[in-house]
Design a binder for this molecule. Sequence first.
Ligand SMILES: [Zn+2]
Length: 196
Amino acid sequence: MVKYRLMISADMENIKKLRPASGVDDPSFNYYLKMKCGNCGELTKKEISVNSKEKVSNSWDSPNLIMKCKFCEKVGTVTVISGKGRPLTQGLSEQGKYAPLMELDCRGYEPVEFMFGSGWKAESIAGTNFEDIDLSEGEFAEYDEKGECPVTIYNLRSTINVLMSDFKEMLLDYKIRRERCDAEQRARKKENESHL
Ligand SMILES: [Zn+2]
């Protein structure tokens, strides 16, 4: 199991906030991703679509998607981890920084590319809400009547970072325990020496 964090950024003109339509953790928001098979390296021909609402089974720990590599037939799963998204604010955008959109738990597959689809919402600096924005073409441009200015979103960017895997956590845990054990041994040795 490996966890990934998807982060997004964009250039925004007169836009205060960009996020999925029903909030950062919108359960029906579809994330479009290109995946790579962890076994043979084959890329999915078409992007997969995953959201946190639809599950493979009714079980609480069910993944949101199960997939099989067309090439080597290896089966893998994708699970959306809720509660990790933040809106892309004007401040972040102006500094060229990224906002976390979501986290994923993947088994057997690696997400390699995110595609901006539809279902986005943006709030202008004048307070106008633009609903159901489609960013699949890579940009959005409208006129804000209230603010009497154009509003645009363009130069969409995304990154996918690996978060610590269970294996790394295990290693770190081992290292901490090992250091503690060494420190105890040193202390004991010192104590013994002081008795001599
Ligand atoms: Zn494969």
